[in-house]
Write a protein that binds this ligand. Structure first.
Ligand SMILES: Cc1cc2nc3c(=O)[nH]c(=O)nc-3n(C[C@H](O)[C@H](O)[C@H](O)COP(=O)(O)O)c2cc1C
Length: 245
């Protein structure tokens, strides 16, 4: 995945598309091929992807939507975030603008026996439509999300991960050879409280994708352990732990 490192800084949510530009047949073929190479976070969760015209959904922008369907096993939302973020970054590499869309729904709520999870709307964009200056990216200060003095080079990169309503639910505790990833449950957001765990779990999968790309790019070898997502201290739920070798 590290080949997408530069895209961590180029990507942004694309909601407006230059008139007259469309996705070519060749680009569509490349997108389909890329879907087949996506790396799952949990390989035992059955997933399917479908590309539909935007009109097949309630999304308000984009030429097409990439829909994800999944078995609803443990970690399926993390898995969705992790896999589809790879597509978000691939789209940026192809100058295809994309935006995660949690608010829209597709006509088809089930596919091949799997439940609809989330979509990314996409359409052809111009290189200049992408993020030109990462300094203008609106995110929390690293100090607010990253505890401990370890791996600050990684922190400076991964805090740019996208999240629903920019809620940035990730909290990290770093130690010697260790990165612990938590989901903060005390979030002020426009997302209804009932829906927050759903979207923020997808966000956490996106964050793990960013984290692993940054670690690989900086040549850190690591082992990942996913946690049970249960925690007596409900203000902060442990999601994953990385041991750096
Ligand atoms: C799971 C998820 C759902 C999202 N849903 C929507 C949505 O329904 N509509 C929208 O315009 N943006 C949506 N976004 C985009 C976020 O608002 C955006 O990623 C965030 O504000 C950060 O901005 P950036 O992506 O430009 O870096 C969603 C993002 C994620 C990760």
């Amino acid at each position: 995945m590290e080949e997408f490192y530069d895209m961590l800084f180029k990507r942004r949510s694309m909601r407006k598309f230059a008139e007259g530009l469309t996705i070519s047949e060749k680009e569509m073929q490349a997108i389909r091929q890329q879907i087949d190479t996506l790396i799952p976070l949990e390989k035992d969760i059955r997933v399917r992807f479908k590309i539909v015209k935007r009109a097949e959904t309630t999304a308000r922008f984009g030429e097409y939507c990439l829909l994800m369907y999944s078995e609803q096993n443990a970690h399926y939302l993390l898995n969705a975030g992790y896999m589809l973020e790879q597509m978000d970054l691939f789209f940026a590499a192809q100058n295809i603008g994309a935006c995660w869309v949690g608010l829209a729904k597709p006509k088809e709520k089930q596919y091949d026996g799997l439940e609809y999870v989330i979509m990314i709307a996409f359409g052809k964009s111009r290189p200049q439509d992408f993020r030109q200056d990462i300094a203008e990216c609106n995110r929390k200060e690293v100090e607010m999300i990253w505890e401990g003095e370890f791996y600050r080079d990684i922190a400076d990169v991964v805090h740019y991960a996208p999240s629903a309503c920019n809620s940035q639910p990730w909290r990290i505790v770093s130690g010697d050879h260790r990165i612990q990833v938590y989901r903060n449950t005390v979030i002020k957001s426009f997302i209804p409280a009932k829906k927050l765990p759903y979207f923020n779990s997808i966000d956490m999968g996106i964050f793990l994708c960013f984290l692993e790309i940054a670690l690989q790019y900086n040549q850190y070898s690591f082992n990942r352990k996913l946690c049970g997502e249960q925690d007596p201290d409900k203000r902060k739920i442990k999601i994953a732990e990385y041991h750096l070798l």
